[in-house]
Design a protein around this ligand. Sequence first.
Ligand SMILES: Cc1ncc(COP(=O)(O)O)c(C=O)c1O
Length: 400
Amino acid sequence: MGELLEATGALDATYHMGTYARKQVMFVRGEGMRLYDDDGREYLDFIAGIGAVNLGHAHPAVTEAVAAQAAKLVHVSNLFHVEHRAHLAEVIATLAGGGRKVFFANSGTEAVEGAIKLARRWGKLNKGPECYRIITAERSFHGRTLGALTATAQPSKQEAFAPLLPGFGHVPLNDMAALEDAIDDTVCAVMLEVVQGEGGVYPCTPEYLTSVRRLCDERGVLLVLDEVQTGFFRTGTAFAHQSFGIRPDIMALAKAMANGLPIGAVVATDEVAAAFKPGDHGSTFGGGPVVCAAALATVGALHSERLGDNAIAMGEYLRDGLAGLAEKTGEVAVVRGIGLMAAAELSRPIAAAVAAGALARGLVLNNIGDSIIRFLPPLVCKEAEIDTLLETLEAVVGEV
Ligand SMILES: Cc1ncc(COP(=O)(O)O)c(C=O)c1O
């Protein structure tokens, strides 16, 4: 272990709250798919800061945009107009298909909180004071603040913080009958991830998502999509729902919007957005000049480098490779995912050991639970890097 890592680990152990069991590695530099630790050792990054660095590390367009704006003006608050914020709202509303308005937050959980508040406000205004309940899917993940945590239907994450918020119900994903039963006059919205990420990479089926959209229209209920992890071309299209041929009433965004800088957004139809009036919601830092400059540069580069197309092609290559590994080794039981959001479910509960073995060989992977390995590489990922991943994985599962 390098001296810098040792000293930093000691400070963390003394002064940081123990909410994360951190790995024994410290990255000090990155470039594209690659990370470098304090000893100068190179790693291939298949996590991308948990799906936040879609352009790859240290993208020059983002670096330049941040440096230029930071040198001019960092913060004025939401009491004033900010040029980059206005342009970014236009870009996001247009990417979402138009007829949309945007509120900027600082993270995914904040975007979800904003979506919950907007859905409740819309329900109360349009359907009466008792219309505020929100239905979400079992195994979902929507964030860690109390509203988002109540929406997150994972008892293991919720129980220690009870009592949670009233006004939420949970149903199994991809089960229309359960959702039909769950919706009554008190429900203002259904909130889903298009592909459940933290839960283990479980996509909505196309039939389910289109039926949910139809049911919401029939019952006068909003469809909220949490695209915090799936957004910004991770699954190929700008937002994952766009390949399913439906549109949400509200969408939560964050993670990759500014290629690793903290930003989130609530995007809603003009009609739903009108439920928020001055004073209903706010943020000191949301949509600041620096993060908005970074986000504009990020979205520009995602387009100009055609990274959505690359996500589709490389996603297919990765899933085929993992399926090949399943045949060869018998260690991979199921492969799931869309675009460059993929998971391999291992035949044995060895995911943590596999991730640790991979890290020792210079490959950064993410394990979920006992047996799932999740892949969220930067969208600049190429075949040769996936080949290295597959070779390393084969060696590591053989060893474990
Ligand atoms: C779908 C989804 N929603 C919300 C969140 C919370 O985002 P953040 O960690 O930025 O608060 C996450 C984070 O992983 C997520 O995947």
